[in-house]
Write a protein that binds this ligand. Structure first.
Ligand code: GDP
Length: 267
């Protein structure tokens, strides 16, 4: 994969044509602040080092280490994100990846709001042969999470994967419900799921969820459909890791993010 707009933007920077570079970065979904910083960095250290440093800042800690460091299972991961970004699918794929590593993932459908959400996660659980918590529409998501945590308490290698309702960060009631869920679940990892094609709205989503519930890291989806690559450069401004990348519809099309794998797409 080659992110052509970003590569052309870098060429323009090397020709000292900052205006064209900025336009190309913008069209690739790179946040404006980041494209200005990149212009400075490229002048100082060159394209390759600038890209490597940016991507390196996204490298996640080892999830195995994080899970094994937790004294009392379950390890709790909660997934946030606006509707349609691929959150439910990501929950299923991460569960699959963990089960291949001999963990005991347990799915929690805490989206009790959107019609079809519980069935969607149940369908994934069935297809993957993985357990799922009981849930019902209209129930308080916090209480579903509470019950699931209790049930898994002390179960070796157990990991709770909580799917939440997709919502806009401006929806106050639903955000309050989410805050309550976070208080009750006290998650070890709060992951924000982002569609690679989002463009500049990434900033609003990260800032909105960050302020409301806190974000420890990211999952970037739909990279199979993204030819721009701005998302990683934009995310590098937050100094938070990308834990997973998703690049397709099937369950195995999700990997832990490795910065080095992406360097050649940019330079
Ligand atoms: P949610 O509303 O955030 O829970 O989103 P869903 O998990 O329901 O996914 C929305 C749509 O995006 C579905 O049609 C998924 O199959 C699709 N999708 C999810 N991840 C990917 C991906 O990595 N690549 C592609 N091409 N499609 C994806």
């Amino acid at each position: 994969m080659k992110f052509d707009s970003v590569r052309r933007a870098f060429s323009k920077l090397l020709e000292n044509d900052e205006l064209s570079a900025r336009q190309l970065f913008l069209s690739a979904g790179v946040a404006v602040d980041v494209s200005e910083e990149l212009a400075q960095e490229v002048k100082k250290v060159g394209v390759s080092t600038a890209v490597q440093e940016r991507l390196k800042s996204l490298e996640p800690p080892s999830l195995d280490d994080l899970i094994s460091k937790k004294e009392r299972p379950p390890y709790v991961i909660v997934f946030f994100g606006v509707n349609g970004v691929g959150k439910t699918t990501a929950v299923a794929k991460v569960a699959r990846l963990l089960s291949k590593k001999r963990y005991a993932p347990f799915l929690v459908p805490a989206d009790t709001y959107r019609a079809g959400a519980i069935e969607q996660l149940s369908m994934h659980a069935k297809a993957l042969g993985l357990p799922i918590a009981n849930s019902r529409y209209g129930a308080d998501p916090a209480s579903i999470v509470f019950d699931a945590s209790k049930r898994l308490r002390g179960v070796a290698r157990s990991v709770l994967l909580i799917d939440t309702a997709g919502r806009t960060e401006v929806d106050k009631n639903l955000m309050d419900e989410m805050k309550k869920l976070v208080r009750v679940a006290s998650p070890d990892l709060r992951l924000l799921v982002l569609d690679a094609l989002t463009g500049n709205d990434v900033l609003r989503q990260v800032d909105g969820y960050g302020a409301a519930v806190g974000v420890d890291g990211f999952v970037v989806t739909k990279l199979d459909a993204d030819k721009k690559g701005g998302i990683f450069l934009t995310l590098s401004r937050y100094r938070k890791p990308v834990f997973f990348v998703s690049f397709g519809q099937d369950y195995d099309s999700l990997e832990e993010f490795k910065a080095q794998d992406w360097v050649s797409a940019y330079s």
